[in-house]
Design a protein around this ligand. Structure first.
Ligand SMILES: [Fe+2]
Length: 477
């Protein structure tokens, strides 16, 4: 029977560890261009095979976590390794196993699955080059590692070539790298095992197989997991070294300036750590491009916010964390991405994350520019607030947390820039577009554009609607 998961707000986060990690494994599928759900399917196959092979409950427990963590460490097809045919230049494979092992082991320790699983992770990554499975002889591997090895090979073959292709491959490897006895168990029970692999409710099956007692995520562990994933996402490409953790630290300091509640601060911290996990799905060749991006490359950059959403949105327990994280690149005037949310659709924590992300990014070297000095960062932030992109209050909070005296005043109103506020007041006083253009010394066409933006941002359709909004919110003067 499927276990129903309570989905409380982050303030009282209490989620199943297996569900959180199972769903987060999507980030690693995206990073590796693997079929979605690969980790979850492999765990199910490894454990079901172990049950049929007579593994003890202790061995099944180790198999479950080993097989899951074995996937939660793969850094993707870029910096640490690049298979033939990948978009980026192939780079040396040396260190691939170490990176996988480091991330996997760190997560395994956070969850507290025990020394045997940690040791088994070392077994399967020893000498691994990212293209093949474990290189250690099957005789030197523990039973959980051997089960993982077969499940890993069978899942990939099944995905690419179906049941017939998978059984043919297992048959061939039974006398070689894979454990012959376990291969025979798989071949003798292939109908049952492949049905498990093809189960449309495989995530439910994965949760049912979790060893008892069920592991839960508390806030402390969530902090650690979010930080581990942030570091993992930043490892993908050297230019992002320290980015996500830097954004989180900056946002948390600025949150004090904005007097966010403890619950909001906690959600903001996790959102800041997780906001760029979607970057794993975009090749490093785009992130490291020294020249301007063309439209197609920009589309791929924008996609990273969508990937972040796809990874986090199904994790109901994260609640507002997801809403904040996926809005990291939105602007209050609707000119950001990827949902083009604006104004009040962006909660204060989301506005703050956007400002902190820009500040942190500007203080880091990028291929097309060196890191900006603090004063230049402040100027850019203030300019962005005045243009209506970043929220003025959020920019002020970030600047204050950096010890900068510069401020973004006057603050934007509902995403309106200072100029749009001027136009909206003249509009509300009955001035025509031509009169407004003359008063402000701008073209009629520019006034027309401002008026369209004002209507969009205030959610009104007429001059009267804008006038009512301004008076209603005490911005008539
Ligand atoms: Fe970012």
């Amino acid at each position: 029977m499927t276990v129903s998961i309570a989905l409380p707000a982050p303030a009282s986060l209490h989620a199943r560890m297996a569900e959180l990690l199972g769903r987060l494994s999507l980030a690693f599928d995206i990073a590796n261009d693997s079929p979605y759900g690969k980790a979850v399917r492999s765990v199910v196959l490894a454990v079901e095979l172990g049950k049929l092979a007579g593994a003890s409950s202790e061995e099944l427990r180790d198999t479950y976590w080993l097989s899951l963590f074995a996937y939660l460490g793969c850094p993707g097809v870029d910096h640490e390794q690049a298979p033939a045919g990948a978009e980026d230049d192939p780079s040396p494979t040396e260190g691939y196993g170490r990176v996988m092992s480091d991330t996997s082991v760190r997560l395994a320790r956070i969850v507290g699955v025990g020394a045997r699983v940690v040791a088994a992770l070392g077994e399967i990554y020893e000498g691994c080059d990212g293209r093949t499975g474990p290189v250690r002889s099957k005789d030197g591997l523990s039973l959980p590692a051997r089960l993982h090895q077969i499940a890993h090979v069978a899942e990939i073959a099944h995905d690419r070539r179906g049941q017939a292709g998978a059984t043919a491959l297992i048959r061939r490897q039974a006398a070689g790298q894979l454990d012959g006895r376990l291969c025979k168990v798989l071949l003798d029970n292939q109908a049952e095992l492949f049905a498990a692999l093809e189960d449309p409710c495989v995530l439910d099956r994965f949760l049912e197989l979790e060893p008892k007692p069920v592991a839960w995520v508390d806030e402390c562990r969530m902090d650690d997991i979010a930080r581990a994933l942030a570091i993992f996402a930043d490892i993908k490409c050297p230019i992002f070294f320290g980015h996500s953790t830097g954004v989180a630290a900056l946002a948390e300091r600025a949150a004090v300036q904005m007097a966010l509640s403890e619950s909001e601060k906690r959600a903001l911290r996790w959102a800041a750590l997780l906001h760029d996990v979607g970057r794993l799905g975009v090749p490093n060749s785009i992130w490291t491009r020294p020249g301007p991006l063309d439209w197609a490359q920009w589309e791929r950059v924008r996609l990273h916010a969508h990937y972040t959403e796809r990874v986090l949105a199904p994790i109901g327990a994260l609640g507002s964390v997801t809403e904040i994280a996926v809005a990291a690149h939105e602007h209050v005037d609707g000119s950001g991405y990827h949902q083009r949310r604006s104004g009040r659709a962006l909660v204060p924590a989301a506005r703050l994350l956007a400002a902190a992300d820009v500040a942190q990014a500007m203080s880091e070297d990028r291929p097309h520019r060196p890191a900006l000095e603090p004063a230049a960062v402040a100027r850019e932030l203030v300019a962005s607030a005045r243009e209506g992109h970043l929220d003025g209050t959020a920019v002020d909070a970030v600047l204050a947390s950096l010890g900068m005296e510069t401020r973004a005043e006057p603050r934007s109103v509902n995403g309106l820039s200072e100029r749009e506020l001027d136009v909206s007041r003249l509009l509300a006083r009955g001035k025509t577009n031509r009169e407004i253009a003359l008063i402000l010394g701008i073209s009629v066409r520019t006034v027309h554009n401002h008026v369209q933006h004002i209507f969009d941002k205030l959610g009104v359709h007429s001059r009267s609607g804008a006038a009512i909004w301004l008076m209603d919110h005490d911005f008539a003067n």
